[in-house]
Design a protein around this ligand. Structure first.
Ligand code: MEV
Length: 431
């Protein structure tokens, strides 16, 4: 009998870099070569990069961390995150630990259905054109499947046609046709764009109009993921606040983001602090995810929070998130960038929708981390320590000196480069 590995690892951050890599390698069964790729010794080189984009002159590295403690749908996960911002990985790991106390995250997702948009102009009667398109939807879907290639072979392909008439626009009457297309394990941008472009001739014949744009929509609201979780109130208590008080403050913070777009933007930025790093680590298109997430947050005409927070009858805190998440595990950079493949391996990803569900849970956890800090000690306390660490490194402190320099600067309330340099000199002399 094999026992399931746990992602509940306390003190992971205290381990030496090589020890952290060994632990993750043991977790995911990484080969020595794969470990070297993680460490940046091998990994993406400029030549491979030249096959990804144009005019390559090098590669640009970012920190790759691992979030611990995640329990999602009963399964433990270590979650690779690529991000330049201090505190995010530590905070999300801590939040995942709190959700774990409430049983972990429950996550689900829609079928991976994308939208391809076809813009039709010069149609005198958009309603009649819309009806004509619907009457021919089977033909259009069959035609889209004809150019679907491997996605259709893997069970994906056209799932429906939607029509959206705009009788009166500055460009005249406009009919927008949506091709709904299941792209399975691919993000699917190429497949959906190919299908949309291919349908143009038939659409013109059916509507008598002129097709202009044919492109996917990043508002992938047929392809959403959701996650939900509970934190026992007692887990949220601090030295000076009861768990009940913290739950109340977090629920109030949630209402602030729900009603005020100025707060919602920052609140959602914090959620994307969790989402983007996993999207980037897996080689997915984070601009697409950002565009979809924010557009969905404004779907009712007012930009609002991507999450909901409430207190249950036992006084515990509940949170949920629902966002469009078009991520893939085949195609694009996911398989070209060596580290992206490793990120998928570390999470033991089997499907694109499993990845989307994990990402939703990370977004929710990141939001909790930010709100908990904001509703209690404020955000600066944690940030200042990391900031001080960066200053200490910039001042030339070696790893044995960094903690002393950081601690001294924090105690003095003087986190400045000049002070760090002076401390490095002073401590070096006393060694
Ligand atoms: C900082 O990167 C993110 C936060 O501003 C998010 C929030 O305010 O909820 C802390």
């Amino acid at each position: 009998m094999t026992t399931q590995q746990t992602s509940r690892i306390s003190g992971f951050y205290k381990l030496a870099l090589s020890e952290r890599v060994s632990r993750v390698a043991a977790w995911a069964g990484l080969t020595p070569e794969e470990q070297q790729a993680l460490l940046g010794v091998s990994g993406l080189n400029a030549e491979q990069a030249g096959n990804m984009i144009e005019n390559v002159i090098g590669v640009y590295a970012l920190p790759l961390g691992v979030a611990t403690n995640f329990l999602i749908n009963g399964q433990d996960y270590l979650i690779p995150m690529v991000i330049e911002e201090p505190s995010v990985v530590a905070a999300v790991s801590n939040a995942a630990r709190l959700f774990r106390e409430g049983g972990g995250f429950t996550a689900s997702s829609d079928e991976p259905v994308m939208i391809g948009q076809i813009q039709v102009l010069d149609v005198p009667d958009v309603q009649a054109a819309a009806q004509a398109v619907l009457a021919k939807q089977d033909l259009l879907m069959a035609e889209a499947d004809r150019v679907g290639g491997s996605i259709v072979k893997h069970g994906g392909g056209a799932r429906g046609i939607e029509v959206r008439p705009f009788p009166d626009t500055p460009a005249g009457p406009m009919l927008v046709i949506h091709l709904l297309y299941d792209t399975r394990d691919a993000m699917g941008a190429n497949a959906i764009n190919t299908a949309a472009e291919h349908l143009a001739t038939q659409v013109e014949a059916i509507t008598g109009g002129r097709v202009n744009l044919r492109i996917l929509s990043n508002l992938t609201d047929h392809r959403k993921a959701r996650a939900e979780g509970m934190i026992p109130a007692a887990e949220l208590a601090t030295d000076s606040l009861t768990g009940e008080q913290v739950v109340k403050s977090i629920v109030e913070a949630g209402v602030f983001a729900a009603i005020d777009p100025y707060r919602a933007a920052t609140h959602n930025k914090g959620i994307m602090n969790g989402i983007d790093p996993v999207v980037i680590a897996t080689g997915n298109d984070w601009r697409a995810i950002e565009a979809g997430a924010h557009a969905y947050a404004a779907r009712d005409g007012q930009y609002t929070s991507m999450t909901k927070w409430w207190q249950d009858e036992d006084g515990n805190l509940h949170g949920s998130i629902e966002i469009p998440l078009a991520v893939g595990i085949v195609g694009g950079a996911t398989r070209v960038h060596p580290a992206a493949g490793l990120a998928l391996k570390i999470m033991k990803i089997q499907s694109a929708w499993q990845l989307a569900e994990i990402i939703a849970a990370v977004g929710l956890a990141q939001n909790l981390a930010a709100m908990r800090a904001l509703a209690t000690v404020g955000i600066q306390q944690g940030h200042m320590r990391m900031h001080a660490k960066q200053i200490a490194v910039a001042a030339g402190a070696t790893s044995d000196l960094i903690p002393r320099v950081v601690q001294t600067m924090i105690e003095e309330g003087n986190i400045r480069l000049e002070r760090a340099k002076a401390l490095v000199q002073e401590f070096c002399q006393s060694l």
